[in-house]
Design a protein around this ligand. Structure first.
Ligand code: SDX
Length: 431
């Protein structure tokens, strides 16, 4: 637990209160207001938590002004270039880069948990074929707690470890099954000799009628997409997982809650919404019309894939994703991709427009990811499930950090109540 570096003074009415100030490794200092209500009988008010640190964490750090993202201190650009997703999973879970032996052991443990209980296949068949894969993922991941009773005791470190491995191992299988079910094709079992990302691609695109050989370029691009989405400090879905976990709910139920929150178009659903927006724009000559709508206060339309609560500079993931988009499309021989042309022109125009400049709205992680995923052959409905399977390690790492904190307690915010004051019931005859 951090200790105060100095004391701030809060004066309210005619009283002054000491508010301890704590200093992080990086980022803004924090005012520790844990005792404020008991001392001053007041709440703080911060809907949307724009100025609130909800926890201490050692996992991920974002500097929104610099456009910096660190996983356990390592810049995302270096990891995207030199690492791979399972190594990043190890780093996020255990705090250090693994030795070769540690990495091999971790990969073996994950690989041996990639299959799901055979009876879980039945869950999918209860959904309509046209159910959004995020709907099936929320349902099936939540149902994991009905199967894996031997790893749901959150107070048992071994159970926490096993459920972390199971979640990381099985979520690509579940995402692929959600996709296969939505297109009426049979489920494809994982193949343990494949890499994590190659296994996922094969489970999505292989069919019993013919062999499927994973394209190494797509394997690398998929792995990079997973790394870029792996964790992102206390975003909405991670905060959901932490809050769910603070009640002692089992890890599978907590991750299902995170998947539900990620689905929203303001969050992980933006990658699907962004590609659909780029398609609706269609050609670069229609861009001004959409820019005008995004600036119109009376129009709820927003440029999907733009803006961010924290980044007031380029999202470093968007930069890497943009490079990947160029690489994947060129290597796949997709040169006249109208969607990419619209995306690049939209980015250029938006970055010059005073509205976006003043509000510091830059492309975020969701702006280019859909272009790559579409080029790989995924429908837009699979974009957010891929975000979810990539973020699963971040959710589980943050959940483990929260649940292992001996000082942890259930999250229970208060409110600024502006409803009716106490009043007596009146019988209907008197109303
Ligand atoms: C993700 O938190 C994370 O870390 C999330 C994430 C992760 O890895 O977990 O990074 C993943 O969710 C990325 C964000 C994906 N969402 C989108 O691309 C949807 C479009 N973006 C917006 O909805 C918005 O930018 C948010 C939700 C991302 C951030 O919203 P904020 O921080 O609450 O900011 P805001 O909505 O208050 O906007 C500030 C101003 C507003 O104008 P004013 O009311 O001040 O006049 O900027 C405007 C907004 O109208 N604005 C936009 C805009 N985003 C913000 N105007 C047009 N287009 C946009 N995209």
């Amino acid at each position: 637990m951090s200790t105060p570096t100095r004391i701030a003074k809060l004066t309210l009415d005619d009283k002054t209160y000491d508010v301890p100030v704590m200093s992080p490794t990086a980022g803004p200092d924090v005012l520790d207001i844990r005792k404020l209500y008991a001392q001053a009988d007041v709440f703080t008010f911060d809907p949307g938590f724009t100025s609130t640190a909800s926890c201490e964490s050692t996992i991920t750090y974002i500097d929104g002004d610099k456009g910096e993202l660190l996983y356990r201190g390592y810049p995302i650009e270096q990891l995207a270039e030199q690492s791979h997703h399972l190594e990043v999973c190890y780093l996020l879970l255990y705090g250090e880069l693994p030795t070769a032996a540690q990495l091999q052991d971790f990969e073996n443990r994950v690989t041996r948990h990639t299959m799901v209980h055979e009876q879980m296949h039945n869950f999918f068949r209860g959904f309509r074929r046209d159910a959004h894969p995020m709907a099936t993922m929320v349902g099936v991941v939540g149902a994991m707690s009905a199967f894996y009773h031997d790893s749901t005791d959150v107070n048992d470190p071994w159970h926490r470890e096993v459920s972390a491995i199971r979640m990381i191992a099985k979520i690509p299988t579940i995402a692929a099954m959600a996709y296969k079910y939505s297109i009426g094709q049979p489920f494809v079992y994982p193949k343990n000799e494949l890499s994590y990302s190659a296994n996922f691609l094969r489970m999505c695109f292989a069919v019993p009628a013919e062999d499927y050989v994973v394209n190494p370029i797509l394997e690398k691009a998929m792995d990079r997409i997973m790394m870029l989405h792996a964790d992102h400090e206390q975003n909405a879905s991670t905060s959901t997982v932490r809050l769910a976990g603070s009640s002692g709910a089992n890890p599978f139920a907590c991750i299902a809650a995170g998947i539900a929150c990620l689905w929203g178009p303001a969050h992980g659903g933006a990658n699907q919404a962004c590609l659909e927006m780029l398609r609706e724009i269609g050609t670069v000559d229609r861009i001004p019309e959409f820019i005008a709508r995004a600036k119109d206060k009376n129009d709820p339309f927003r440029l999907m894939g733009f803006g961010h609560r924290v980044y007031k500079n380029f999202d470093p993931r968007a930069k890497v994703m943009k490079e990947s988009a160029d690489e994947v499309l060129n290597l796949l021989g997709i040169h006249d991709n109208e969607t990419l042309k619209v995306a690049k022109e939209l980015e250029r125009i938006a970055l010059e427009d005073p509205y976006f400049v003043e509000k510091k709205l830059y492309p975020n992680v969701d702006f280019y990811s859909g272009i790559i995923l579409e080029a790989m052959g995924f429908p837009t409905s699979m974009f957010t499930p891929i975000f979810a399977l990539s973020r699963a390690v971040g959710w589980i790492a943050q959940w483990k950090e929260m649940i292992s904190d001996p000082a942890g307690k259930i999250g229970r915010p208060r409110q600024l109540y502006i409803g009716a004051a106490a009043r007596d019931y009146t019988p209907v005859s008197a109303r």
